[in-house]
Design a protein around this ligand. Sequence first.
Ligand SMILES: Cc1cc2nc3c(=O)[nH]c(=O)nc-3n(C[C@H](O)[C@H](O)[C@H](O)COP(=O)(O)O)c2cc1C
Length: 183
Amino acid sequence: MSKTVVIYHSGYGHTKTVAEHVARGADAQIIAIDANGDITEADWATLNAADAIILGAPTYMGNVSWQFKKFADATSKIWFTRGWQDKVFGGFTNSASPNGDKQVALITLQTLASQHGGIWVSLGVPPSNTKAATSDDPNNLGGSVGLLARSPADAGADEVHQGDLVTAERYGKRVAEIAARLK
Ligand SMILES: Cc1cc2nc3c(=O)[nH]c(=O)nc-3n(C[C@H](O)[C@H](O)[C@H](O)COP(=O)(O)O)c2cc1C
């Protein structure tokens, strides 16, 4: 059986909601990066033992939060030993605007995975982009690289768009299944 871990930062809880849905789909353990951008030694051990790592961050000012970037920079120690080479990776980001430049944050996650020699998993869910489509439909934001999610600026953490949460579960499942296939 493969082991998938979701690691994320969330300043105000919205990305946490998305992370929980991704983890549900993947049957994954969850690690939260704290407000100082840190995780515990036990968390590092959990990541090192994972077959698949799914990275999550809110989009702040067009990229990942500084706390996530601090974590990303801390993984350079692992990069030196190629410790995460050939692990399976996925990624997700959440922001207020439908666009909000969140693709930039997602590419940051994909780049981090690639720096580690990881195998990146695309979203694999077709876009819902007809006239009839609503925010309740899967992949209504129409991404393909990884998971994009939206919670409007005045929405609570429990008001992430329903279609994005459905997509989150499907994406988590996909990453875990691909990791199991490769193991
Ligand atoms: C410092 C800061 C910068 C933000 N920058 C963006 C942005 O560039 N694009 C966007 O659409 N939303 C932006 N937002 C809105 C957040 O992405 C949105 O509120 C998100 O749900 C926050 O996730 P969190 O609750 O997990 O922290 C920003 C919010 C903050 C606090």
